[in-house]
Design a protein around this ligand. Sequence first.
Ligand SMILES: *Cc1c(COP(=O)(O)O)cnc(C)c1O
Length: 360
Amino acid sequence: MINVTKTFLPDQEKYLQYVREIWERGYLTNNGPLLQELEVQLKDYLGVEYLYFCGNGTIVLQIAIKALEIEGEVITTPFSYCATSNAILWEHCTPVFVDIDAQTFNINPHLIEASITPATTAILATHVYGNPCDVEEIEKIAKKHNLKVIYDAAHAFGVIYKNRSLLSYGDISTCSFHATKVFHTIEGGALISNHPELDKKLHLLRAFGHQGDESYHFAGINGKNSEFHAAMGLCNLPHVPEIIAARKDIFNDYDSLLNWNILEKPVMNKDMEYNYAYYPVVFPNEKIMKNVMEALRLEDIIPRRYFYPSLNTLTFMPRQIACPVSEDISERVLCLPLFVGLPHSDIERISAIINGHLLP
Ligand SMILES: *Cc1c(COP(=O)(O)O)cnc(C)c1O
C-alpha cells in the first residue's frame, strides 16, 4: 500500500543509544537534558531566539491563545486542519471565518477588515501547505486594530521567508512535530515567540503554571514532552536538509508528469525557500476527484482529502459563516503521496492513473 505519507525513521541504533542514556539517567520527562538539547538545536537550525518544545501541535495553539490573553472573537481561516479552530473553541473564543485567496489557499487579507468587530482580539492564520500567508498585510491590519497574531505554522518547518524562518513571524507561531510532518518527534510541537517578556510565561504555561513546589503563578496546563520524543527529534533533525531535498525531487516529478491543462495547484509565494511539505492537486470538480480517488484506491494508493471539509461548515461551530472559495477548493483537492523513498516508478504510476481519469 502507498499512503499519502510514510514517517521518516532514523537509524535505529542511534535512537537506541539515546534510549540507553535515558535508562542510565532514570530521568524521563520534565525539561530533561535531551529536551533542552533539542531546543538548543532547533533554535540554532531555525535561527529563532525563543522556542519551547511541547507535547503536540494542538496544545501549543491553546497555550499561545492563553499566553496572549486572547478572548472574544478570533479571525481565522476555514482552510486548515480542525486543530486550528478547535483550539480557539477550547479556549472559549469564537472562531470568525474569513475566506481564503483562490490562488494561495491562505486567508485572504483583503477580507479580514470587514469581519473585525469590537469583540475581535486576534488573527489566527495557517500557512497552508507551508506556503507563507501574506504576513505583511496581516501585520498591518493587526497593528491598525490592535490585534494579536498567531500563525499555525504546523506545515512550515524549515520554510525560509525573506531570509528568516517563517516560524519567526507573528506574536507567536506554533509548529507540529507529529509523525506525518516534514520534521517529527513522533508526537510533538513547538511555540516560537518574538517576545522576551513572554519567555517565563510560556515556560510556566507549558508546565502547570508553577515553579518548584511552592511558587504557583497561574493555571497552566501539561504541555510538556518527554525525553523519548526529544531523542527522536535529535535523531531526525540532522536529516532535515536531505528530507527536504528528497521531497523536492518527488515534487518536481509530479510537476512534470501531471496534466496541468486540467489540474490546478496553489500558487506558491515567490520570496521563500520551500520545504515541500505537501503535494496538493485541485480537480475540475468533486466528481472527477472522487473518480480519481477510487481509481487510486483500487491500486492500494491512498491520497488524502486535505483539507476537507471546510471548517466553517462544521455543524458544531458557533457561527455559520459562508466561505465559498474555501468550500469549493476543499471539495476538489487531494494531497498525493509524498515521502522520502517514494520510488520514481510509483510517481509515474500515480500520475498516469490521475491523468487517465480526468474526463467526466
Ligand atoms: C498537524 C496539524 C496540527 C496539529 O498538530 P498535532 O501535532 O497533530 O496536534 C495543527 N494545525 C495544522 C494545520 C496541522 O496540519
